[in-house]
Write a protein that binds this ligand. Sequence first.
Ligand SMILES: [Zn+2]
Ligand SMILES: [Zn+2]
Length: 225
Amino acid sequence: MTGADTIYLVEVGSERAGEGERNTVGGWPVLDAGLAWPVCDCGERMVLFFQVDVPADIAVFGGDHLLVFQCPRHNDACFPPSSRRLPEGFWDAPPDNDMRFWQILLHRGNIRAAEADAYLRPRRLILTRAEERIDEHGRGRPGFKLGGVPAWAQDPEHYICGCGAALAQVCQVPEDFGFDKRPERPSQPYTFHDDQYGLFLGNEVYIVACPEHCNAAAAWPIAQN
Ligand SMILES: [Zn+2]
Ligand SMILES: [Zn+2]
């Protein structure tokens, strides 16, 4: 990694996202053949927090469509697993018998779900190309971004996919980042903001994924604060 790596900074726009848009908070998830809208272990359909086309000039994951889901009823951190090597199929059966309350997908399909997410106000995401800047401790830029390297709130964590590949960052979501909920929906459990939902208790999240694309769901959220 060098300081010249391309990243994209992500902002939530004020405009409503319509059906068929691909860079959104909430909205209509774009899925792939054989990929269903994820359901939590509790049986609840998950909230689409955001989805985005990873721009082609992002290393490793450029051209993928990234979607980040979490259960509306289950809000927790994603704790560090006991082993750096994640088990095969960790996306469906998380290590250490943890509950599967989140799902992150990366694929190249183009099948729009028939319905929009019911929890979050659909909003457009705005992407701005930028360059990664890595400090003397090896930390990348803070903020909501695609690509680059983690800004590490704590010590770096590194994980190996069940297939043997080292997971690499595809997206970073900053601490206490809120996504506006629809007014008719209840507040999120353990919320940090009554009108917004957050990922993983508001931890800063470094989403790392399998560079081999061994499975559409081969991604892991590293949560730190
Ligand atoms: Zn749940
Ligand atoms: Zn893999």
